[in-house]
Write a protein that binds this ligand. Structure first.
Ligand code: DX5
Ligand code: ZN
Length: 216
């Protein structure tokens, strides 16, 4: 099943409740929450209290994308704040600590996920694959919404789809960055089943039609 996860980085933060309540009628499957620390990426966004606040106003699963250094320090807090899927970057710590973070996330009853930046090769997911419920392939350099889709990530996406099918078929495969109706189709053809969309979703005049088009 194809799922759409609108990234609230492109929502109107003055009207965040309104924009989040509009996601269910638009047919969204998840709420994508981008957490940035100004270290792992050159931008700072939102943190634990905002995740907890969002938890109170939606029943949609919260798909929380941590773009922070050494995320093991904060995974318990983000789980307790109400995350349903919690994603850490493989580049953000040692393999040992990343595995410990995934274990900790699952111990909290939350779905554990890893993400890879554009320059990180497909093979980098292999040590984590048995312990993951979702893999997120970045199709832009993480840090900002509204960037151009990197089509050259498609061979990597396809390779990770093959690893998932062979080793952990229940694992979801998500893409994030520059997703619109056209690029979503390319990502689906290369094996993605969860599509994050920030600017394209929130700029759309008809978000329900946008979601339908992305899934079609
Ligand atoms: C980028 C974030 C994305 C971002 C996507 O670092 O992880 O989730 O919001 O925005 P668009 O869809 O505008 O590229
Ligand atoms: Zn994201």
């Amino acid at each position: 099943m194809i799922k759409v996860s609108p990234s609230i980085l492109s929502a109107d933060f003055v009207n965040l409740e309104r924009d989040i309540r509009a996601l269910t009628p638009a047919g969204a499957d998840y709420v994508h929450v981008d957490v940035m620390d100004g270290l792992f990426v050159p931008n700072i966004t939102i943190g634990i209290p905002v995740v907890a606040a969002i938890r109170k106003i939606t029943d949609l699963p919260l798909d929380v994308h941590l773009m922070i250094d050494r995320p093991i320090r904060y995974v318990d807090d983000f789980c307790k704040a109400g995350s349903d899927i919690l994603t850490v970057h493989v580049e953000a710590d040692t393999e040992e600590n990343t595995l410990a973070a995934l274990r900790r996330i699952r111990e909290n009853g939350v779905r554990a996920a890893i993400s890879v930046k554009p320059k990180t090769p497909a093979e980098a997911v292999l040590p984590y694959l048995p312990y993951c419920d979702l893999i997120l392939v970045m199709t832009v350099e993480p840090g900002f919404g509204g960037q151009a889709f990197m089509q050259d990530m498609m061979p990597k996406l396809k390779a990770i789809r093959a690893y998932i099918d062979a080793q952990n078929p229940a694992c979801e495969l998500e893409v994030d960055g520059g997703i619109n109706e056209r690029t979503a189709l390319v990502c689906r053809e290369n094996g993605a089943n969860v599509l994050v969309a920030g600017s394209a979703f929130f700029k759309s005049a008809d978000p329900a039609a946008f979601v339908k088009a992305v899934k079609a």
